[in-house]
Design a protein around this ligand. Structure first.
Ligand code: C5P
Length: 400
């Protein structure tokens, strides 16, 4: 399956707030991912960013003047709204939110919103006191009741140096919200998918731990793709440097025991588990309260005890489609097949540990009771998307 943004028609309404400059990045990212982005600027927006910026980034004429006659003679505000897959208003000012809530239509953006059946996403950005105002809160409530998605602004330092809640969410967050809305009727719509990612860390003393090289990249990319296909996603992650995908519920854990506890909570009512985490097989029997000191040339012996095999412990959960991973250094296929049976999985994804750890690309071998499928070596993001599509096909078959 293609990127969810490919070929989608997105109307991007830009209003008069300093956050407008950040939306240039969003327009670029959406366009690069294959969307057709038509920007409507309000009069006030043009005081902050030039139309030429958006025109250059989207490759399309920026719209704004209702009196500019369209080349094909069709009245713009009706066609624009009717053809759009999604309308995004970012940044959405207090004034604009009030106008839309009141159903006004005094410029191209408000007219277009009145005339569209597409979902509408608004990203408020304004002074914190204006956002907290009773009138704004009431208008936001009206829009939400109407089915519009109105994001919560971020807290932090505003352009005018006050600190509070009123910042527009960053472009990657907006992109995640856009993807979730476009994917809302996708093959995983209504499903709760739980994904584990990254490596666990088992403390030796307050400053040291036993860990592994897992970057978490694959699990995070799987979570983003599952969101794009309509799932509600919970990502249970060991410590990583990665930014979690927007709209995905993130639960951070440290040890295998913590991951097991987080999973048992997340799996209540879940449809699928993708167990991508590199769980440490052993942990120190005891964690030293103090930092362990060197004593001359003497070595150190750590006593390790086994961690629970988390996914094997879920063998009784027949109501969940379970996908495991097997990073192997030898006998990949035989080992993967053994784990599929021993751990009671519906599917296992094998890869060559040496060729993939710390590498940007990965080749995957998918094993289930129907046979073996090979996915070619490709960048990890693309591999994750292709893998998730294979998982979805098997999940749909498993359900019937
Ligand atoms: O046995 P091995 O560690 O190779 O199995 C890998 C699969 O089992 C992965 O899906 C991994 O997340 C899961 N696993 C687990 N609990 C452990 C070890 C591995 O759930 N203690």
């Amino acid at each position: 399956m293609d990127d969810i943004l490919r070929g989608k028609k997105i109307l991007l309404g830009v209003c008069g707030s300093i956050a407008a400059y950040k939306v240039a990045q969003l327009a670029r990212d959406l366009t690069l991912a294959g969307a057709q982005v038509d920007v409507i600027m309000t009069e006030a927006a043009t005081r902050f960013v030039g139309a030429a910026t958006f025109q250059a980034l989207t490759g399309r004429r920026v719209l704004g003047d209702i009196w500019a006659l369209p080349e094909d003679g069709v009245i713009g505000h009706i066609t624009l709204g009717a053809q759009a897959d999604l309308v995004v208003v970012a940044p959405a000012t207090a004034n604009r939110i009030a106008k839309i809530a009141a159903g006004m239509s005094d410029d191209l953006l408000t007219m277009t919103i009145l005339a569209t059946h597409a979902p509408v996403l608004l990203a408020p950005a304004m002074n914190p006191q204006m956002y907290a105002a009773v009138a704004t809160a009431a208008n936001v409530a009206v829009l939400r009741a109407r089915g519009y998605t109105v994001l919560e602004p971020d807290e932090g330092r505003m352009a005018e140096h006050v600190v509070g809640k009123g910042r527009m969410p960053e472009p990657p967050v907006l992109e995640g919200e856009i993807r979730a809305l476009l994917g809302r009727n996708g093959p995983l719509a209504g499903r709760h998918v739980v994904i584990t990612a990254g490596g666990t860390q088992e403390p030796i003393d307050p400053v040291r731990y036993i860990g592994n090289h897992s970057s978490g990249q694959m699990g995070y990319a799987l979570a983003a793709r599952a969101r794009d296909l309509g799932a509600r996603v919970t990502l249970i992650s060991g410590p990583t440097m990665l930014t979690p995908p927007a709209v995905v519920a993130l639960v951070r854990v440290g040890t295998a025991t913590e991951m097991q506890a987080a999973l048992s909570e997340a799996l209540v009512g879940a449809d699928m588990l993708i167990m991508n985490a590199a769980v440490a097989d052993f942990r120190p029997a005891e964690m030293s309260e103090q930092k362990i000191k060197k004593s001359g040339d003497a070595g150190l012996t750590l006593h390790l005890v086994p961690n629970p095999d988390i996914i094997a412990g879920l063998a009784g959960r027949r109501d969940i489609f379970k996908v495991g991973f097997a990073a192997e250094t030898d006998d990949m296929l035989a080992n993967a097949q053994g784990k599929l049976e021993r751990k009671g999985l519906d599917m296992i994804v094998a890869n060559d540990a040496v060729l993939s750890i710390g590498q940007p690309e990965i080749a995957l071998t998918l094993v289930d009771r129907g046979g073996v499928t090979n996915l070619p070596r490709q960048p990890k993001n693309a591999a994750a998307a292709a893998l998730l599509d294979e998982i979805v096909t098997r999940f749909q078959r498993w359900r019937v």
